[in-house]
Design a protein around this ligand. Structure first.
Ligand code: PDD
Length: 279
């Protein structure tokens, strides 16, 4: 089945897709993006992803060239052309291509790139055993709620995690645990699910929101409150949420076991509820 790309109004095989080397996304990391999961051919919470794409673009003054209807039709067409029932759709919107200068000399059209690839889910063993995470200083900028393609700090953090044999790196800023390099984080204490509140220092994850909803529906109390490093290390359970990982239990933080060092009961309940919400 084909990996599909759509670049500036044209569908083509991913291997043939090209953008200019002068694109501001390539030159400056000047762009925003979304990653959308497709389950059984249906994009998951597409509206929320398109809302966030528009918010990100607005925050950095990149014009959004398509209407909602056009984006929705485009995603549907891309998924159907790919014929992958389980897929990930990546949308990238950059300021456009122009001779390299931080400021555009004259207006250009933004560059739209959309790709569809098969989704290879994480190894089931990770869900059964839980993963290792490490904490890292948050060296990112102050607009982490913008889903920007400028991901150097995230790339370095994730790399650092891998070098230590961990799955994810959690950003800590001024003693606050904010989120992972590619995920949101939550802890469970006394059967209450606690995750840091939305704000400029973390991305408002689509999965995070779904998890808060399904947890509440399952009778789990939820709180959106700041988390300290101590809250993390003394939590009964820790879990990550994100588009590709869904709900992933954490077994160890910086090498120290969380709870029994295995997925806890609230995390398992939330994992079950999340999966049922997909059906
Ligand atoms: N990232 N926080 C960060 C920094 C992220 O990069 C992501 C997701 C999330 C979770 O958001 P959501 O539930 O909407 O996927 C939180 C995507 C998957 C990525 O960068 O590929």
């Amino acid at each position: 089945m084909p990996d599909i790309a759509f670049v500036n109004d044209v569908f083509l095989p991913l291997s043939e897709a090209r953008v200019s080397v002068e694109d501001h996304g390539f030159q400056f990391g000047d762009g925003v993006y979304e990653l959308i999961r497709v389950y059984a051919g249906r994009p998951f919470h597409l509206t929320e992803h398109l809302d966030r794409l528009e918010q990100s673009a607005r925050a950095v003054a990149i014009s959004v060239p398509y209407t909602r209807e056009r984006w929705t039709a485009l995603v549907a067409e891309a998924v159907s052309r790919s014929r992958y029932p389980e897929a990930k759709v990546y949308i990238q919107l950059t300021r456009g291509a122009a001779p390299r200068d931080h400021v555009l000399a004259s207006p250009v059209l933004p560059t739209v790139v959309l790709t569809v690839r098969a989704l290879v889910p994480p190894d089931p063993v990770l869900y059964a055993r839980g993963v290792d995470v490490v904490t890292v200083p948050d060296i990112r900028w102050a607009w982490c709620n913008v889903k920007s393609v400028s991901l150097l700090a995230n790339v370095l953090a994730k790399q650092q995690a891998r070098e230590k044999g961990a799955f994810e790196a959690l950003f800590v800023r001024d003693g606050q645990v904010l989120e992972g390099a590619t995920s949101n984080v939550a802890v469970v204490r006394d059967r209450v699910l606690i995750t840091p509140p939305e704000g400029p220092l973390l991305l408002s994850g689509v999965t995070r929101k779904v998890v808060l909803t399904v947890a509440q529906q399952a009778g789990v109390a939820v709180k959106e409150e700041p988390l300290t490093e101590a809250d993390l290390s003394t939590a009964d359970e820790v879990l990550l949420t994100g588009t590709t990982i869904e709900v992933l239990p954490v077994a160890r933080v910086d090498g120290r076991p969380i709870g029994a060092g295995a997925p806890g009961p609230v995390t398992r309940l939330v994992m079950d509820c999340f999966r049922r919400a997909l059906a």
